[in-house]
Design a protein around this ligand. Sequence first.
Ligand SMILES: [Zn+2]
Length: 169
Amino acid sequence: MPDGKTHNKINIIILFLILIGLHSPLCSKTLPLEYLSPGSIALFAFSFLVGTYYLSPDLDIKSDPFKRWGPFRYIWWPYQKLFGHRGMLHNPILGPLIIILTVGLVFVAPVVLALDLSAKEVPQEYLISLFAGIVFSIEIHIVADALSTKKKRTATKIKKKLKGTNKKK
Ligand SMILES: [Zn+2]
């Protein structure tokens, strides 16, 4: 699997490409205009970066994203014990769901309740951009892991085959 720094690089390059893509005629024709506002795009980029550095599926090991949580890192510890590396947190559907729900229940919900905030006051496009940023950052990580495993497997297969043909000679 790519290491943490490689994951960060891949995510940032893809974020850059997405941000360029959002200015393309295809996006301006297909996406509702409110999602292309500077506010929505900034929120998307922000949550994508937070996702990359703090909400990586590699929270299932003692990774850099895990350590960045400081004293709060222990909220992820049960998942390391329960799922192990590349378990549930690396599942394309359950991974983002579990990660977002955990942050939502442990950090967001208490603040929302304490300050009596309402999601209705936040424009819908901001909420969706925020979630999209996090989900994209997690999915790109999962795809990068899957692709690198596939590459490694093919490389080992080729090596084995080469060894086999060498022996025959
Ligand atoms: Zn991973």
